[in-house]
Design a protein around this ligand. Structure first.
Ligand SMILES: CC(C)(COP(=O)(O)OP(=O)(O)OC[C@H]1O[C@@H](n2cnc3c(N)ncnc32)[C@H](O)[C@@H]1OP(=O)(O)O)[C@@H](O)C(=O)NCCC(=O)NCCS
Length: 159
């Protein structure tokens, strides 16, 4: 299969934060942020693989700053790595205060997505075409996260 560059699948999804997205403190509920991130990761992975995809796991999810009702949330998802049937997607969330024109980096995380065939079984994905040093660095960091994840999994299986 032909390799595909990161730019071909990168997506930015936006959403205005409404009162029904908020928790009792008036900030955007964490689950709503995760849902948007998961959707964006799914779109990037589906664009890359041209398959249905599912989320296998999420790592290093960080809520850095609160998001308020009225903010515009910008959720950017881009592929960092492809395995045999899996893809890692980095999702970065910014929030724009539309009254002050200030954009804050509020949240980020890494989503592992798996491509499925018509029978719902994992299926091979085209490789990611790494185009520059920054993308190579991201690719190697993803490999390290996968190595670490497998190590943790094998330790917990032994408990
Ligand atoms: C994700 C899932 C398809 C993996 O199925 P499986 O039978 O374990 O498949 P395999 O063991 O062949 O693994 C397939 C790929 O998934 C990866 N994978 C499996 N579990 C993973 C996990 N927890 N985190 C990251 N990657 C994972 C494997 O490393 C493998 O990657 P590779 O082919 O690139 O090497 C299956 O566990 C599943 O359907 N989970 C539910 C997904 C879901 O419902 N998500 C929420 C809604 S979208």
């Amino acid at each position: 299969m032909e390799p595909k560059p990161r730019s071909a699948s990168t997506v930015t999804m936006t959403q205005i934060v409404l009162p029904f997205h908020a928790n009792v403190a008036g900030n955007m509920h964490g689950g709503e942020v995760m849902k948007l991130m998961d959707s964006a990761a799914g779109v990037a992975a589906a664009r890359h693989s041209l398959c249905n995809v599912v989320t296998a796991s999420v790592t290093q999810l960080s809520f850095i700053e609160p998001i308020f009702v009225g903010d515009l949330v910008l959720c950017k998802a881009e592929l960092t790595y492809t395995g045999n049937t899996s893809m890692e997607v980095y999702v970065k969330v910014d929030a724009e205060d539309l009254n002050r024109g200030i954009i804050k980096h509020v949240c980020e995380g890494y989503f592992f997505m798996v491509a499925l065939d018509r029978n719902g079984r994992p299926t091979k994905v085209r490789p990611l075409l790494v185009e520059n040093e920054e993308e190579q660095r991201c690719y190697e960091a993803a490999q390290e996260r996968i190595r670490h994840m497998k190590e943790v999994q094998s330790k917990s299986e032994n408990c």
